[in-house]
Ligand binder design. Structure first.
Ligand SMILES: N[C@@H](CCC[C@H](N)C(=O)O)C(=O)O
Length: 289
C-alpha cells in the first residue's frame, strides 16, 4: 500500500494554492513534485504551493522559531522558490486556524521575507503586516507586443514592475512573461502588474507572476500597486504622516491596502479552503521519474 500525503486546496481572491501540512518537514518536495502538484490537468492545480512546516523543523526558518511557530515554505507553480506571497500568508493563517493550530486574533507567520504579523478576524478576513516597500531608483520599461510603458520598480520582499495603462486589455493574453528593460533591474525575474484607475484611491490590476503566469490575484503585487499609485498621486505617508488606503480590484476579488506613516503596509482580504484530501505518494513518485 502506498503512503498518502494530506493536502488541502485553498485560495485568497482566487490566487489558489495546494496546501501540504507537514509539521515535521518530512515530505520531500523537490521543484518537480511542486510543479506536478500545481499542474491544472495532471495534478491538483494551483498558482503555488504552501508547505506548512514548524519553523523549528525547517533549516531556512529555525532562526525565526522563537517569534513564529509556523513557517510558510512557499513555492511558485513551476517549483521555484519566492521570497514572499501575500495571498499565501492569508490562506496559510486561515488553514492554521481551521486546523486548530492557532486561535482567532493575532498570530505570526515565518516566511522567507521575515516574520509577518497576521490578524485573523471573526468575519473570516485576514490582515497581514506586509512590511515596508522598497522603491529602487531607475527607469524600468515593460512591454506587450508593440506597446510599452514606464513601470515603477517596487520591492515587497519580492520584485514587482508596476505599469499604469489605459486599458487592462492592453496587457494581452499574458501567456508569456512581459519583456522588461533594463535586464539589470530584475536579475531574478519579476512580477508585472498592469493597472488602471477605477476612482479616487481605487485601482484595478492584472498581473503576470514570476513562476506562475497570469494569476487572478497577487497580494504582494496589490501592495506594490497601492504604493506606486500613492506616489503617483503625490501621497507618501512616510512624509505626510497620514496613512493612505487604496482599494485594489483584482480579477478574483478585492484587496484593501493601507500604508501607514511609518511605511508599514497592511493588506486585508479573504481566505478560503475549498477541499481536502490525500496525495497518492506512488503517483507523486511517478511524476518525478
Ligand atoms: N501570489 C503571490 C506572489 C507569489 C510569488 C511571486 N510569484 C514571485 O515569484 O515573486 C502573492 O500573493 O503575493
Amino acid at each position: 500500500m502506498s503512503t498518502r500525503i494530506a493536502f488541502l486546496k485553498g485560495h485568497g481572491t482566487e490566487n489558489d494554492f495546494v496546501i501540504v501540512p507537514d509539521p515535521e518537514n518530512a515530505v520531500d518536495l523537490p521543484p518537480a513534485a511542486v510543479a506536478a502538484l500545481c499542474d491544472r490537468r495532471a495534478g491538483i492545480g494551483g498558482d503555488g504551493l504552501l508547505h506548512v512546516v514548524r519553523s523549528a523543523a525547517h533549516p531556512e526558518a529555525e532562526g525565526m522559531a522563537a517569534e513564529a511557530e509556523w513557517f510558510m515554505d512557499y513555492r511558485n507553480a513551476d517549483g521555484s522558490v519566492a521570497e514572499m506571497c501575500g495571498n499565501g500568508v492569508r490562506v496559510f493563517a486561515h488553514y492554521l486556524h481551521r486546523a486548530g493550530h492557532v486561535a482567532e486574533g493575532d498570530i505570526t507567520v515565518a516566511t522567507r521575507g521575515g516574520v509577518k504579523p497576521v490578524h485573523i478576524a471573526k468575519d473570516g478576513d485576514v490582515t497581514v503586516g506586509m512590511g515596508k516597500a522598497l522603491l529602487p531608483e531607475g527607469e524600468v520599461t515593460v512591454s506587450v507586443g508593440e506597446r510599452s510603458w514606464p513601470a515603477r520598480n517596487v520591492n515587497m520582499g519580492n520584485p514587482h514592475a508596476v505599469a499604469f495603462v489605459d486599458d487592462l486589455a492592453h496587457a494581452g493574453d499574458l501567456f508569456t512573461p512581459p519583456p522588461f528593460a533594463p535586464a539589470s533591474a530584475y536579475p531574478d525575474g519579476v512580477n508585472v502588474e498592469f493597472v488602471v484607475d477605477r476612482g479616487p484611491r481605487h485601482v484595478a490590476l492584472r498581473v503576470h507572476e514570476r513562476g506562475s503566469g497570469e494569476t487572478r490575484s497577487c497580494g504582494t503585487g496589490a501592495c506594490a500597486v497601492a504604493v506606486a499609485a500613492a506616489r503617483r498621486d503625490g501621497a507618501d505617508p512616510t512624509v505626510t504622516g497620514t496613512p493612505a488606503t487604496y482599494t485594489v480590484d483584482v480579477p478574483g476579488g478585492r484587496l484593501v491596502i493601507t500604508e501607514h506613516a511609518d511605511g508599514e503596509i497592511e493588506m486585508t482580504g479573504p481566505a478560503v479552503i475549498v477541499a481536502e484530501g490525500e496525495i497518492d505518494a506512488e503517483w507523486l513518485d511517478g511524476a518525478l521519474r
